[in-house]
Design a protein around this ligand. Structure first.
Ligand code: CA
Ligand code: CA
Length: 281
């Protein structure tokens, strides 16, 4: 089409001199105009059909829509041995419980006002934690410990104030304590849930184990049921992977601060040389 336009243009706008010869300058000027037009268009030929202006968006890997954070790990049953999840040198059956969340989106999100509750729904004696003002960068992770009778190293925040920086002892994650004031404020090992609600108290995500009473709300967009005998935490192996017992992923009981644990490569995963078949076999 453009080439046809060019030829037509030369024929109609080229200047002929007195001898009937097309002016060279006229052709050059017109050629320059057409080349500039082609350069602006970026294409030689226009598409046969109009371009689809509503191209489908890139696939979203997150299990929760923007701008919500994603629960990536819950330690509700602290192992009897090697259960010191907060690393203060002392295992505590409730104080070492934690919930880990991350920003799975390519844009920053605000955690301000998001709330974590157990089956008591934030009532008296129940576990409840509301995030203070905090922006999370893409991929940035937070860990909320129960915190009862726990000691801390490095920056640690609470529901009143976020820590000023990530904590190197937890892979740079922002660490919080819910400051549980009693050992009875805890997640029940056999049956309970952790509900994430938005600042407007809209349920976003719930992780359930056993048959808690009361049951979790039915209108939660993302309901994940996990075993109540994980022998450690429940954790994701990848951004869009389900929560599963941490030990089955990589043999470790928990990983506060690491949002997505990749399974380790086993020696027998690598290709091995097969022995040559014996002659006659
Ligand atoms: Ca501890
Ligand atoms: Ca983790």
């Amino acid at each position: 089409m453009v080439i046809l336009f060019f030829i037509t243009g030369v024929m109609t706008t080229g200047h002929a001199n007195d001898n009937g010869v097309i002016s060279v300058m006229g052709v050059f000027e017109h050629t320059a105009f057409v080349l500039a037009l082609i350069a602006q268009l970026g294409v030689v030929d226009p598409p046969a059909e109009p371009a689809n202006e509503e191209a489908p968006p890139a696939p979203v890997r997150s299990l929760v829509p923007f701008p919500h954070p994603l629960i990536t790990e819950v330690l509700f049953a602290v192992p009897g041995s090697a259960g010191d999840a907060n690393g203060d040198g002392r295992r505590h059956a409730t104080g070492d419980e934690f919930i880990e969340l991350t920003n799975p989106h390519p844009e920053p999100i605000s955690l301000t006002g998001y709330r974590l509750t157990d089956r008591h729904g934030g009532g008296e004696g129940g576990f409840s934690f509301t995030f203070p003002e905090l922006m999370l960068r893409p991929g940035e992770t937070v860990v909320v410990f129960n915190g009862f009778e726990q000691q801390w190293s490095g920056p640690v925040g609470d529901s009143n104030r976020a820590p000023p920086a990530g904590n190197d002892r937890f892979h740079g994650a922002r660490v919080f304590t819910a400051r549980a004031s009693s050992k009875y404020i805890a997640l029940t090992n056999t049956a309970d849930f952790v509900l994430l609600s938005s600042p407007h108290r809209v349920p976003i995500q719930v992780v359930v184990w056993g048959q808690p009473d009361p049951a979790p709300p039915a209108d939660v967009p993302l309901i994940e049921r996990v075993t109540n005998r994980p022998e450690g935490s429940v954790q994701r192996g990848a951004a869009n992977a389900p929560l599963e017992p941490h030990p089955t992923i990589d043999g470790k009981p928990f990983s506060p601060g690491v949002p997505f644990v990749q399974p380790p490569r086993h020696a027998d995963d690598s290709p091995t040389e097969q022995p040559a078949p014996k002659p006659g076999s």
